[in-house]
Design a protein around this ligand. Sequence first.
Ligand code: GRF
Length: 217
Amino acid sequence: MLKIGVLASGRGSNFQAIINAVKTGYLTARVEVLITDNPAAYAIKRAEDNGIAGLVMRPEEYSSPDTYYAAVADDLVKRDVGLVVLAGFMRVVRKPLIDLFPMRIMNIHPALLPSFPGLHAQRQAVSYGVKLSGCTVHFVDEGMDTGPVIIQAAVPVCHDDTEESLSERILKYEHRILPYAIRLFAEGRLEVKGRVVKIQGRTKKDEGVVVSPAIDR
Ligand code: GRF
């Protein structure tokens, strides 16, 4: 069975969505470990509540970012993790981790990449005035939110949205597409060809998760 290592820096609602997907049987996988860079992360409590090993690993305690990511990778390898999920991990991961998990690290980003990469994606979308934003699950490469896209959900933006209201609307879809992307990976249905990720055996039902209903108000 696929073993998952989750990296998260804060609240951990996406981490919770993964835990729930495993609990309900939607996802056949095991969450092996939560690693956080933030000792105050609420994600730690979620790990504890669900019998998942929770590790605090702070970059400040390592001599360089590369040493840090080598240590993180070492732990994940020791636990025989097959997929690393960045679920609100607020750092750009580096080569020592990426090299050991090529196309085996996923990130959830709260915008339709390549629009609005980096921090405060929802704020960027609101200030730009786009009418459509959403969220993206992608494989991680060395760039900032630049790796091959696995799945996206489109979410409407209203003219009176704030960063908070848009974040809340997008988050609901993050919680759907992240477990979905992990499930596709666990089922061996993701094939990466250059930048393009092919989803094998995609059905009409699969398409249903990617577009939110229009908002009528
Ligand atoms: C999410 O919006 C995620 O897309 C972004 O950071 C937020 C983390 O939320 N990268 P949570 O910690 O999963 O609740």
